[in-house]
Design a protein around this ligand. Structure first.
Ligand code: GLN
Length: 222
């Protein structure tokens, strides 16, 4: 059986575990640094609050060891906050009071935006995301869109967005797997898959199947 580690410090990790178990996986919850000693073939980074997750990862001593594994090809699925952790560049939420303030007082918004650019906690995926960028009305919404790689028969799936990050740029061979309103919402770079939406809330298994195919690939190569 494939064994998938699920980051379980904060956020929607239980929902992912349920789905992975239904699909025939064993799950290892990562709660403490010591959990990294257990064997696993893939990693899921759930939705939640990316700032809290990043702080906990650092405090628990999991950030560097996991970054090394992701960077060396461990199949990884990051959803929503998990996608933010993976992103090489993260621009601030425009509703952040300090940033909104500096924009209003006439400071060049470009400088403000640049000053607010940080690296995602892992920073392993060549994309830029903006946190909470779908606006107040659209803070949460559900839509249907095709999901799949170029050349694959696209599969239309439901996608739920909850204060989702907006993928603002995709670089260096990162592929776009799904687009909503001209904006990429699912991407893949090597063995890393990132979704702005929450596949754990939908019936469709396409996102998990894509991730588990990567996990199988690594297992058979071992
Ligand atoms: N808004 C959250 C963040 O910026 C992500 C929301 C989610 O994971 N549903 O971390």
């Amino acid at each position: 059986k494939p064994n998938v580690a699920v980051l379980a410090v904060q956020g929607a990790f239980v929902e992912h575990e349920r789905r992975l178990e239904q699909l025939g996986c064993d799950c290892t919850e990562l709660r403490h640094g010591a959990d990294l000693a257990r064997p696993f073939d893939g990693l899921v980074l759930p939705g939640g609050e990316s700032t809290a997750q990043a702080k906990l990862l650092r405090d628990l001593g999991m950030l560097e060891p996991l970054r090394t594994r992701i960077a060396s090809g461990m199949p990884t699925l990051g959803t929503c906050a998990g996608l933010i952790l993976l992103a090489e560049r993260v621009t601030a939420d425009v509703s952040t009071p300090s940033l909104a303030g500096s924009m209003q007082d006439g400071t060049a918004s470009e400088a403000a935006a640049e000053g607010s650019m940080t690296r995602g906690a892992f920073g392993t995926m060549p994309i830029t995301v903006r946190r909470n960028a779908y606006g107040r009305q659209l803070g949460s919404f559900r839509t249907l869109a095709p999901f799949g790689d170029e050349g694959e028969p696209p599969c239309v799936v439901a996608m739920t967005f909850i204060r989702a990050p907006r993928i603002e740029s995709v670089r260096d061979g990162t592929r776009t797997l799904a687009v909503v309103d001209d904006v990429p919402v699912a991407v893949q770079a090597g063995n890393q898959i990132g979704c702005a939406f929450h596949p754990e809330l939908e019936d469709s298994n396409v996102v998990y199947e894509r991730f588990l195919a990567l996990v199988e690939g690594v297992r058979t190569a071992d």
